[in-house]
Design a protein. Structure first.
Length: 153
């Protein structure tokens, strides 16, 4: 199944649908099985994916359509069926943002390991894509830095 930046956005989810269940956890953090999407309207497209427990993990995330028009990837049939995806409209895609100690590219987005969520069931999984040239783990996104500055004010 081909997914691209034109898939429906988070704003289309019901307001009570911000809990995401990841049966396999995240890559490197298999214990993270239930996370909440947290955001403020005035700070979108930036959001947080966080554990609901006090002092839990949290990650800055973004929907790729907010940053990249041409981001697309294939989801294996077995992965799609594991989380019940039947069409592209069933999908919410989130990519993790990284703040780096790099003067040239201080803010990057991980395009190689999107978190794919079934928007109906809110079951998801992190998928590792094969094409690292097209989908790097640290894709520089200079406009993010400008928007982060305005979000902090």
């Amino acid at each position: 199944m081909k997914l691209d930046a034109d898939n429906q956005r988070l704003k289309d989810l019901p307001t009570d649908a911000h809990i995401v269940r990841l049966p396999k956890g995240l890559v490197g953090l298999p214990e993270l099985k239930e996370l909440e999407i947290v955001f403020k309207e005035d700070q979108l497209p930036f959001m947080w994916l966080r554990e609901q427990s006090e002092d839990g993990f949290s990650f800055a995330v973004v929907e790729p359509a907010a940053l990249l028009d041409s981001y697309s990837f294939d989801v294996k049939d077995e992965d799609a069926s594991q989380i019940g995806i039947e069409t592209g409209e069933d999908v919410l895609v989130l990519n993790v943002i990284t703040l780096r100690d790099d003067e040239e590219y201080p803010v990057t987005v991980n395009l190689a390991a999107p978190i794919v969520v079934n928007r109906k069931t809110r079951i998801g999984m992190q998928i590792i894509l094969d094409d690292f040239e097209k989908h790097p783990t640290h894709h520089p996104v200079s406009q993010i830095e400008e928007q982060c500055v305005s979000c902090a004010n």
